[in-house]
Design a protein around this ligand. Structure first.
Ligand SMILES: [Zn+2]
Ligand SMILES: [Zn+2]
Length: 211
């Protein structure tokens, strides 16, 4: 499995490109900005994007979704419980002080336990509300390889804020304890901003949510 993670946009959202090397089928997670950079990386990788998925619909995670969707023709998917946030992108843009991105038609089909397929890649969806009502984490699998994408639910030694629209700190903690900490200890976790971590490290060392 090829995984490229890189910061995009003014807030440094981690965008990831996941590719099945055998088929070049790919999934993009959180195209939050810098469409030109995402496009150049996909072209270099020869990636055929099958789906664009979002850990949640804060503006820093969906800022380049519209151009990526129109360039690739891939389905762009969110959890339906976050659609209200996409509908209020102008308010989000004003709060962050960024330009209003183009909008596209989003599929609200992300659901807990859903598995998306792209070539040999499997993308398991975990609904993890708390940071936003429709926040999701993903576990990508190819053969024995696994890697998780936590969005703004879990950070290295920290957790996502819950003071924005629809945030809920009790739900966030339940999501981390019951959905993320039940994954295998050794799984690498790509977070929404900043460095990656592992499930085991956070179970032992996260000051906000420990087992
Ligand atoms: Zn967020
Ligand atoms: Zn974010």
């Amino acid at each position: 499995m090829i995984v490229e993670t890189f910061a995009v946009g003014a807030l440094g959202c981690n965008c990831s490109i996941i590719v099945d090397p055998a088929t070049k089928s790919a999934i993009v997670v959180d195209p939050g900005g810098n469409f030109g950079d995402i496009q150049a990386r996909l072209t270099r990788l020869g990636a055929k994007v099958q789906a664009i998925v979002h850990t949640h619909t804060h503006i820093d995670h969906v800022g380049a979704t519209a151009p990526l969707q129109s360039w690739t023709g891939a389905n762009a998917i969110i959890h339906e419980d976050d659609r209200f946030l996409y509908d209020m992108l102008p308010i989000q843009a004003a709060l962050v002080g960024t330009n209003l991105p183009d909008k596209c038609d989003l599929d609200g089909g992300l659901k807990d336990d859903l598995v998306l397929h792209a070539g040999g890649l499997q993308m398991h969806v975990l609904h993890t509300p708390g940071h936003t009502p429709g926040s999701c984490c993903f576990v990508a699998k190819l053969g024995a390889e696994q890697i998780a994408f936590a969005g703004d639910t879990l950070f290295r030694r920290s957790v996502g804020r819950t003071d924005l629209w629809g945030g809920d700190s009790d739900l966030l903690i339940q999501s981390i304890k019951h959905k993320l900490y039940s994954l295998e200890e050794g799984i690498e976790v790509v977070t929404g901003h900043g460095p990656s971590t592992t499930i085991g490290e956070e179970r032992r060392l996260n000051p906000f949510v420990r087992i």
